[in-house]
Design a protein around this ligand. Sequence first.
Ligand SMILES: Nc1ncnc2c1ncn2[C@@H]1O[C@H](COP(=O)(O)OP(=O)(O)O)[C@@H](O)[C@H]1O
Ligand SMILES: [Mg+2]
Length: 437
Amino acid sequence: MLKVGIWLLLSLLSGSGLIIYALQQQYEEQSIDFRILHRDITVKLAQHETILSLLSVTSDPSVIQEKFPQILAWKPLPSAAAPHTLLPAGKGTYWLNDQHFALLIDLNVLLAELPQSHYFRHIRLSWQNAELIELGGRWQPAYWQWDKEVASALQPFELSASRDPDWARLPWLLMLLASLGWAGIIYFVSQYRVQKRQRNIAVLREHFSELTRLNAMGEITTGIVHELNQPLTAILSYNQAALRLLNQQQAHKVPPLLDAAVIQIKRISALLLQFRQKLTHDRVVFQAVNLGEIWSRVTMLLENEIQSGRVNVINRLPATLPPLRAEPLWIEQIFHNILTNAIQAQQHQAASWVAISAVASEQGITLQLKDGGPGLSEQALQQVFMPFFTTRPDGLGLGMALAETLIHRLGGSIKVENIAGQGACFTLWFPFNAQEE
Ligand SMILES: Nc1ncnc2c1ncn2[C@@H]1O[C@H](COP(=O)(O)OP(=O)(O)O)[C@@H](O)[C@H]1O
Ligand SMILES: [Mg+2]
């Protein structure tokens, strides 16, 4: 809207500038025409006076009238007549008297012979404020008017002419082009500004993503502390059980407990490594990953939760599943987060289950993780991958956001739906040709 306003204003300004210039130009040209007309009339009138002084009784009227058609008639005057007078005779004619002769002059003929007389809308010759002749109908105010007295001793007429501008000769095309030009300039300027804005937005976005990364680091720290808590608790209970067994002289039962503790300790070190990678944005080198192995490791890590929740973990991964090129810790984290949620969603259920299945195609692997919980609420379906979206009182809302980020970094995708009569179903897709970053 503003652009249209500016365009109209600029077009109006340039248009009126062009019109004023063109009108000025026309006025100059027509003033020249008026001066020529005035000069020609002056010359003709002067000729009358010369003829009068040269006339004699023997002059041949036909010769004079041939050369000066405006002289309609001439007659000798009685010597008593008043010399040097002018007598209007109506319809543009007048008698011009000398001492001895009088000429009947027709201004209609005189003016008709002058080319410039056709250029004006109105032409009027008056003498002593009385009109002698008027061409172009009744006198009406026109756009431009010129008045000038003819320098003549016997015929000091006042010449007036008026004319309107030739509107058709105004530079309409130029005005149109100027207006189009303004439209073009406004278009390019606004395009330029849009692009500049987009560049600024891109810079801002980059800046913002850096900020969110820093922000997220704070949250990740909280998350890591939260996550370390669980393996540490597990290690504590394994060690306490091992000590108890040693005291009871049952040393042969200790090694499995220590093995379980070692797994949890490795988990802690893996978490810390992952944490460091996130902080430093280390370059990650992908390696061949066996999804079945990682799933087993994750179920082992969450053994306590699985047992206390009495969750039936169903592994339907085909034994022949081809390996994936990925960072194993990422896959572990993804499985860990989805499995944890599934367990938590079924906390208050008598029978709980989680099932994992996979199908390999030429391009990649499609994984499905289903559970027997209540499924996701309408809002959760929309926002489950948004950072800090949670419905759990002690939730952080980072689990699924992190899983999605990692899946994207592996070139894959994740979506969620509810399955009628069952619970949530997460479908994950991983391509074989993931680019290492
Ligand atoms: N398997 C599931 N069944 C039901 N709801 C789920 C499931 N997985 C995720 N959700 C919903 O998504 C939310 C976000 O999950 P998540 O990002 O892991 O954060 P948090 O676990 O800290 O709440 C959960 O609070 C829950 O409402
Ligand atoms: Mg979670």
